[in-house]
Ligand binder design. Structure first.
Ligand code: UD1
Length: 387
């Protein structure tokens, strides 16, 4: 009698720029396991070459098996479009588990489809909470975590938040920060790519609706930075949403000549600039983490963060809407007194491996009649073949 080794079919769904840095290490880790078949789905939430294609190339992510090409839209329209287009794909291909990443609309839309079809969802970057329900990402986090079967957290606060919300502890695994895996792997290349003799600079990114959709708020932030640009070059790779707003509000020319607007940058170029920056000013979630890892002072233009370890252990300071505080903190950094941090636990470049192990522990496919070990291990992974 011959037993074939059953393949575990794992779907990964990504849609927006910050998802790409998170899926890459998981694809790589699972790619070495002979009993795994992987399918990569891109929802097309981000579609510009410089928001998506260049990240796939630099991060070594294979071309998606399926592209849903949903594009832009209101939250309801984008979410509905992803759900409508994803449902037949998952129904036909019947994966053992669908892995979703982060907190973007694609993450939540896919979790909702799977929950209705009884397909298990594993959420990478589970448990983060800003406790601010005016943020679309907070709604996406709450819904995704409620619907997920396996919750993989980047930091212990994630486990605490999920416990408080009544999630059974056996469904939650602290695996560490997978985006840092990508940073650890590619930092040497990013450093090589960085132009030699680069002048001291700070780096600015802004894209949160709360900062860029209101002309007064956006004007106040850029005004405060213009008044500091005499003292430093500020490089500002502009997110497409922010570019639209600057054009709409007639603000594209408001800036000081040392506040340099540029197109969104590829991963390696941006990482090189972050690593060499005197200071980073941002409203991004991932950049709060990357600066903490790099030991670069970060000023976050938000009232709260879903990544509190970057403040308690790392180099991050929340300045909120207080532009006087932003200016004071920048001056402190320029005077050489920026915040010094330490590395949070399990930001070690091995989270992708831990995620791969956790997925296979729970979802390894089992063929009919195959003996199962306690804890869900499939003995066929040990390649049993008898005649
Ligand atoms: C999304 C995520 C946010 C994440 C961010 C990273 C949600 C709710 N938000 O925000 O959590 O931090 O990605 O970038 O999922 N656009 C383009 N080209 C693109 C992508 C977008 O021109 O490739 C324009 C579109 O006109 C779109 C706007 O940018 O309307 C915003 O894009 P969207 O995906 O809706 O949200 P982001 O602001 O990018």
């Amino acid at each position: 009698m011959t037993y074939s080794i059953p393949l575990t079919h794992i779907f990964h769904v990504v849609g927006a720029r910050p998802n790409f840095m998170k899926v890459a290490p998981v694809l790589r880790a699972l790619g070495t396991r002979p009993t795994v078949k992987q399918t990569l789905v891109h929802t097309g939430q981000h579609y510009d070459a410089n928001m998506s294609g260049v990240f796939f190339r630099q991060l070594g992510i294979p071309a998606p098996d399926v592209n849903l090409s949903v594009g832009a839209g209101s939250h309801a329209r984008q979410t509905a479009e992803i759900m409508t287009r994803f449902e037949p794909v998952v129904s036909q291909r019947k994966p053992d588990v669908v892995v979703v990443y982060g907190d973007v609309n694609s993450t939540m839309a896919v979790a909702l489809v799977c929950a209705k079809l009884n397909v298990p969802v594993a959420h990478v970057e589970a448990g983060l909470r800003s406790f601010d329900r005016t943020m679309p990402e907070e709604i996406n986090r709450l819904v995704t975590d409620q619907l997920s079967d396996l919750l993989l957290t980047p930091s212990p606060d994630g486990n605490q938040n999920l416990a408080r919300e009544g999630v059974a502890p056996e469904r939650v695994i602290f695996v560490g920060n997978v985006m840092i895996d990508t940073l650890v792997r590619l930092l040497p290349l990013a450093v090589q790519t960085a132009p030699a003799g680069e002048k001291p600079h700070s780096l600015l990114t802004l894209h949160r609706p709360s900062n860029v959709d209101d002309p007064e708020v956006l004007r106040a932030i850029l005004g405060a930075l213009c008044s500091l640009a005499d003292e430093m070059d500020i490089l500002f790779p502009v997110h497409p949403r922010t570019r639209q707003r600057l054009d709409e509000f007639g603000m594209s020319r408001l800036c000081h000549k040392r506040l340099r607007l540029m197109d969104p940058l590829p991963y390696l170029e941006f990482l090189g600039l972050q690593n060499g920056a005197t200071c980073v000013i941002t409203d991004s979630g991932g950049i709060q983490e990357e600066t903490t890892f790099l030991g670069v002072p970060c000023l976050t233009v938000r009232e709260n963060t879903e990544r509190p370890v970057t403040v308690t252990s790392g180099t991050n300071i929340l300045v909120g809407r207080n532009m006087d505080l932003l200016a004071a903190e920048i001056r402190r950094i320029l005077a050489g007194h920026g915040k010094i941090g330490s590395q949070p636990e399990l930001w070690d470049g091995r989270a992708g491996e831990r995620i791969a192990n956790s997925l296979l522990e729970r979802y390894a496919a089992v063929s009919a009649g195959a003996p199962i070990m306690a804890g869900g291990h499939n003995l066929f992974a040990l390649a049993e073949t008898s005649q």
